[in-house]
Write a new protein. Structure first.
Length: 255
């Protein structure tokens, strides 16, 4: 089986995401082809000098998220953290992410969000607009850059609106989870032109309500995984993760 291909956009100075992906796959006795793409050449040059850059299968690209220098349908995953809000045309970046992903490829985006906890939201605003710029001034001498950081966070679409933008770009099963009281949100979706949903039947046994035979709707990607793995257990796992099947039940047959 070939190594999975992952495109990481931005964060090339620290390369935290990229190195963790490479390390985790290596810990499982596998490998991943990681492509780090950043529009800032100086950041890429900084990342290349890090010790971890010399291990793993890592490629470095200087490119624009709106026009990725990556082949169509060539990547198994696309990830970007705290960077997509800085892209001038977010809709184009999302379409590019969809373009480079293989059938069933995963899109993952971590981005700042809006705090939705009463009381914490006011404290967070106070901290963001008054403390962060002053800390930036003290550390770097540039308060404006940190003021822009705060303003860019406020202007970024709310999680539900951003999830809809992801769907409009062609992705399927787009969803998100707010973290740390809404300070950040993790978005995920399935890409690929053929990642549409079709119905199929499963025969279930053990703890199932409404009879043993039930109909579910899943993506063609999931069906492909089941067929490729030749494992009924894979169907059970998909249902468990979607909370459609009790953990003590399992799939006995695919109809």
């Amino acid at each position: 089986m070939s190594s999975p291909s992952v495109t990481v956009i931005g964060s090339s100075g620290t390369c935290t995401q990229s190195f963790r992906i490479a390390a985790r796959t290596a810990a499982k006795g596998k490998s991943a082809k990681v492509t780090i793409c950043d529009i800032n050449y100086d950041m890429l040059a900084q990342g290349v000098t890090r010790l971890q850059a010399k291990t793993g299968d890592i490629a470095w690209l200087c490119g624009d998220a709106e026009h990725l220098p990556v082949k169509d349908a060539s990547q198994d995953a696309y990830t970007i953290a705290f960077g997509i809000r800085n892209v001038p045309q977010i809709d184009l970046a999302l379409k590019e992410a969809h373009r480079v992903l293989k059938f069933g490829g995963r899109f993952l985006c971590l981005e700042f969000s809006s705090v939705d906890v009463p009381g914490l939201d006011r404290l967070y605003d106070l901290y963001s607009f008054n403390v962060i710029p002053q800390v930036g001034r003290a550390v770097t001498g540039d308060a404006e850059a940190y003021r822009y950081l705060v303003e860019s966070i406020r202007k970024f679409p709310k999680p539900a609106a951003f999830a809809e933008m992801i769907r409009q770009a062609g992705f399927h099963r787009a969803s998100y989870e707010k973290l740390t009281g809404g300070v950040v949100a993790l978005h995920w979706a399935i890409g690929g032109q053929e990642a549409k949903c079709i119905p199929f039947h499963l025969r279930l046994v053990g703890g199932c309500h409404g009879g043993p035979d039930r109909k579910y709707v899943f993506g063609e990607t999931d069906l492909k995984l089941i067929a490729t793995d030749h494992a009924i257990a894979r169907a059970s796992e998909l249902l468990w993760r979607s909370r459609l099947l009790p953990v003590h039940a399992h799939v006995s047959a695919i109809l």
